[in-house]
Design a protein. Sequence first.
Length: 763
Amino acid sequence: MKTIWYITHLSPEEFAAGQQPGVGWCPISLPCSVQNSPFGLPPNELYQRERIHEVEWMRQSVWLYRTRLPAVSVGLDEEAVYRFLGIDYACQIFLNGEKILEHEGMFSMVEAPLPNLTEGDELLVAILPFAEDRAYPENAKARCTTGNGWDFAPKIQSAGIWDDAELLICKRLRVTGAHVKTDIANAQRADVIVSITLSEKASGLVTVELDGIRRVCPLVDADQLAVPLNIPSPTLWWPNGLGQPALLELKVTLDGTGWKAEPFTQKVGLREVRRIPCEGQGQEDIPLQLVINGQKVFIQGVNWVPPDACPGSITTERYRLFLTQFQGAGVNFVRVWGGGLKEKDSFYDLCDELGLMVMQEFPLACQTIARTERFYRILSQETAAILQRLRHHPSVVIWSGGNEHYHYWDAVDSGTAHMEAIREDVKKLFALGDTDTANREWRGGCPKYDEPALTLLGHLCAQLDGSRPYQITSGMEGEGEAHGIWTWNPAIGDHRFRDYASLYDYWQQAKAHLFSECSVSSIANLETIQHVTGETNPTIPSSDDPIWKLHHAFHAAWDNLPDLWLDIPSTERLFGKLDDLETLIAANQWMQGEGGRFLVEEIRRKIGVTSGVIWWGVNEPWPGLAGNALIDYFGRPKASWPVIANAWRPITLSLRYDHCVTRRFKPELWISNILSNAFIGSYRVTVANLKTGQEDVYMGKVSCSCYQACYLKTLTPMRMYTGTRLRVECLLYDDASMHPIHTNQYVFASDEDAAPMRWFIEI
């Protein structure tokens, strides 16, 4: 039952003294972050120009949410509670002026007991300001840190009732949750354990129905029960591209002497999750090859950050806008980044329906993890809440202890001029001394893999779930991959990658077993730039423009370099001097598509040794003016999105080359097949020399086994003289239907030209 809510605020001193608010109550609809309340700005205005500064004062106030409760009849076997699925962050709750509970935590559900409901009872939620650097510093919380001000996100500390809230009249004895663990015994049978949790202990009979199987079990003075089922010819849940993500209704009924509880129903999916080592993985490495229902899955993933820095404004429709685009592009995996949210329930419901596997990270990211009893308590509370809320979702296939708890910077020992120049900067970055760098191989972050908080998370995963893998962090640097690279030009990005001559150079040498954060940045869409700047005809910006800096086009990360994330110098080296913004957008987004396609195709060419690729920052929590996003804050894809989506097709024909601007054209032709069936077909490759008018055509038959990449041939080498421009079209046909199943187009130019790619955006 929904009730009408109002909001106002007062100072911490006024709240402590019990004073009444000095400003009036304003009606709101829940959920609602305070920044989007009547005292703040609506989402379509908050992120314009420099307006986020207008809500900075809000973080220092106590925010009051108030509702009047209706008179509701509550039976002897019932209880009334007001349930809040998410409050951001610490709060006190009052009933008719009397405090009935205190709570800290963003993801754990809060249930306010309402013992006697009479007309006009007042429920008040007071959300307290952040006590930064005092009672509990930021690293001693377990909450969304997107608003701390990352290189892709604004500095805006959200607060409020950010998830759904409602008045509930419940049976005192009821099923509060159920989830399944599935083992695929063989193609004809699944062994399933249905775990059931009750609100209180009871005795009686429990009836479980799932996928055509019905079983009755006794319940003897217990509030938990595990019921084994053997399901013949099970209806399985499959990831996107490998089969149907079938969802089934699980029904649980409780019966006792003289009573019968209301039936509990829930959507679940039958699927088995395992991880095995990739080819060549060391004995001490964590297994990185994902296996679903006994079948290897090549991860074609995206890293997901909150779609709004003020999570109260996130809706099911907003989730659907992005997730359906992922499914249509061939994405099968979504990593929910540890600095973000346990998203709202509808996010996971949609992932279940669309076959999008989820790696859910717990709320820790790039921080020195506190070692206090208080922090362990809040971390346990929030982690348990996340596990209990999400464990029934078949889409959730991996738990992670959070983002980047371990950083290996031993690349600085390479001896090159680049690395020698930044050795002292890296020491300062991670507070490393000479002894540390000698004994710890330049490792920043947690000192050991047995960090107590991360061990605690693993214990909770085993205790409360146990049906999917847990890994202590992503990326598992030293055991799989280093996060990165994220730029067209590695020399201006993360220090670890500055030894590489180009993006192509890095990816051809990359040999890790999983790439869980990698991408190329680009400028925003024109409509987004117009919205943020408020200009109808914006011009090419300078790196000192305050609005472009605030929205992270420049000086966004790493030594405060001016060309992150909008790298105009690299763009002009390819396209020459750019005089208008629309041309810059076309050129820079083309570079994101070209670089992104190459990295995805190159990683797919290493299938088996490498188990997948996950694009960093596919979305963004506000309208950034440049960054790694492929789909912007408004849900509009950049021009690079279809190019990279084309590289995610199940079977692809691709070229492997040293650079799109070169003196020697000598590409290799490859086919990649991530399906469970072998492919037999034909290819046709046309190389058109736009300078001479000559066309060279290559044709042939091709076969490729399931889950494999195959080298086909090397095209005839060509010297790229000044003015040489090539357009290459690759077509792959299915012999059974003779229809093209994949098309790829590439362009090449001579590096002897001053603006080698100018011709491409002028035609």
